[in-house]
Write a protein that binds this ligand. Structure first.
Ligand SMILES: O=C(O)CCC(=O)C(=O)O
Length: 263
């Protein structure tokens, strides 16, 4: 499905672009699910754009159990095989889906952050597949800091609404990346529908707004875990919270909430 070189790039850079893997049929299915999701937001849905500001930045997650299009994608699309291949994992659990929509003229940035400090999972075999449903020019694409998954850092989660560190969490504040962009080696791509980006859960990333006056930027990030992943709880704020999960910390993820989709 993908070359050894792609896997090596993922391991070295923490993010890699995979072209043309998802057919129009998968994209249409996800688009139908996303419209259902926008019409019927879940309990975790957030609008990050303040009233009166242009555009609309919407996020929601963990709806696959009630949105059949997302469920079908999680179990039957090439995404699980892609996750298995990049993580070199014999087993893949579906962790959750996260929808991030930036409608035309949205100015809100997605703050620089990395994902694993937010999450109920420890381990190295944890990744996301960021799959846009619209063409994404390079200057609208999520940006990744090359190799940052190997910095050995664990930055405090940021709040997406105001870009502040979450006050209930202790740790190191992520550096001012936008103020010192020349110091960082950044990765971003122009994407066509069917292309995706696979990235490690510790790769630092952030995204610009959607400057287009006409084009939406609908993206679905699916999250996946592999052989070495273990359930955990962290002090303070976690996102998604997964409060209902009763797995003991240190256990494999296998459970109805995090189903094994490839083994
Ligand atoms: O789509 C975005 O704006 C950000 C994506 C992101 O932060 C993620 O998928 O973890």
């Amino acid at each position: 499905m993908i070359s050894e070189d792609t896997v090596v790039q993922y391991e070295r850079d923490g993010a890699v672009c995979v072209r043309g893997l998802f057919s129009q049929a998968w994209l249409e299915l996800l688009a139908a699910g996303l419209e259902r999701n926008l019409a019927e937001p879940g309990p975790h849905a957030k609008t990050y754009t303040e009233a009166g500001r242009p555009g609309f930045f919407f996020g929601d997650y963990c709806n696959w159990q009630r949105i059949p299009e997302y469920r079908q994608f999680a179990f039957a699309s090439p995404a699980a095989d892609l996750a298995a291949a990049v993580m070199r994992s014999t087993k893949v659990n579906f962790f959750h889906e996260h929808v991030l929509v930036k409608e035309p003229r949205t100015e809100d940035r997605t703050p620089w952050h990395h994902d694993q400090p937010y999450w109920v999972v420890d381990g190295n075999q944890v990744c996301s597949i960021w799959l846009p449903l619209d063409p994404v020019p390079q200057d609208v694409c999520v940006e990744f800091i090359k190799g940052s998954h190997r910095w050995g850092k664990w930055f405090t989660p940021k709040r997406f609404a105001d870009h502040d560190d979450h006050p209930s969490r202790e740790g190191e504040t992520i550096p001012d990346i936008d103020g010192n962009r020349h110091e960082y080696d950044m990765l971003r791509w122009a994407l066509e529908p069917g292309d995706c980006i696979v990235f490690h859960a510790l790769t630092v990333h952030g995204a610009p707004g959607n400057s287009s006056a006409t084009n939406r930027r609908r993206a679905i990030a699916t999250r996946w875990t592999g052989d070495d992943a273990r359930f955990t709880r962290r002090e303070g704020f976690m996102s998604p919270p997964f409060e209902e999960v009763t797995l003991p910390p240190g256990e494999a993820m296998d459970s109805p909430t995090f189903p094994v989709v490839r083994s």
